[in-house]
Write a protein that binds this ligand. Structure first.
Ligand code: ADP
Ligand code: MG
Length: 252
């Protein structure tokens, strides 16, 4: 079967007074319905990978394929959830949720309300974003991504700005929503535990220029049980990844 996303030998340098080599011959793939996480130090080039896949910037060399079609520099193929505050403050929650549909042509307010209800945001349809907590706002943003037709989701540290408890809550919530229609996900985080808890596969990145130092198949079954975080296997993998990241940074 064709991979949902395939990146081949992607390299990128930001030109300026001094050039910054961000990606060096990076290759990776996400299968249909797979949850893959990029785990790497801050500044290693993770968001740049998303900007390249989303067509916001053009790669210096290399290929990006979405559903087998070359997609370098092409927008509109992905649904993207940024770190925080991507809701428009002057639109109500419901109007924010249907925004992507408006752009794509077919608005389904019924579906929007149903998803809001399921996300525990029922009753807030006509409220404005600044009256909701950070966790609620991120749920709304995620629902907006779910309502967009693209089957490839890029989630860039979506819980990075939330406090620890809300973050743990949101991880379970996102997995539950994801289980129902299993889109292909490329997820970014710098939290080892979050990567282990959420993913099918983890790609560990070095410092920039980003290379994949190691690929880890996460052995836990789905739906994920929060208890796995207390498992010996979980602790062993966590330690292994920690050492790899430390080494990757030191070899910079
Ligand atoms: P991450 O998401 O892993 O924290 P980024 O992809 O945001 O890393 O950034 C990787 C490196 O590229 C950083 O050194 C950053 O300063 C640099 N960078 C990112 N975007 C630009 C840009 N538009 N112009 C110049 N340098 C950039
Ligand atoms: Mg980033």
């Amino acid at each position: 079967m064709t991979d949902k996303l395939r990146i081949e030998n992607l390299s990128h340098t930001f030109k300026g007074q001094s050039d910054i080599d961000v990606l060096d011959n990076l290759s990776l793939s996400v299968a249909d319905g797979e949850f893959v996480t990029l785990l790497g130090p801050s500044g290693s080039g993770k968001s740049t990978i998303f900007n390249l896949v989303g067509g916001l910037i053009d790669a210096e060399s290399g290929d990006i394929f979405i559903d087998g079609k070359r997609a370098n520099g092409t927008r509109g193929n992905i649904s993207y959830l940024p770190q925080q505050d991507s809701l428009l403050p002057w639109r109500t929650i419901e109007d924010n949720v249907v925004l992507v549909q408006e752009v794509n042509g077919a608005v389904d307010r019924e579906a929007a309300r149903r998803l809001l209800e399921r996300a525990g945001i029922g009753g807030y349809e006509s409220a404005y974003p600044d009256t909701l907590s950070g966790g609620m706002r991120q749920r709304v943003a995620f629902i907006r991504s779910l309502l967009s037709p693209q089957r490839l989701m890029l989630l860039d540290e979506p819980f990075g700005a939330l406090d620890e408890l809300t973050r743990l809550d949101m991880q379970d919530w996102l997995l539950k929503m994801w289980e129902t229609d299993r889109r292909s996900v490329l997820f970014i985080t710098h939290s080892i535990e979050e990567a282990l808890y959420m993913s099918d596969r983890i790609l560990i990145l070095s410092n920039k220029p980003a290379r994949i130092i190691k690929e880890i198949d996460v052995p836990f079954e789905r739906p994920r049980d929060p208890g796995i975080t207390l498992d010996d296997t979980f602790a062993k993998l966590k330690r292994e990844i920690y050492l790899l990241l430390k080494e990757g940074v030191q070899n910079d």
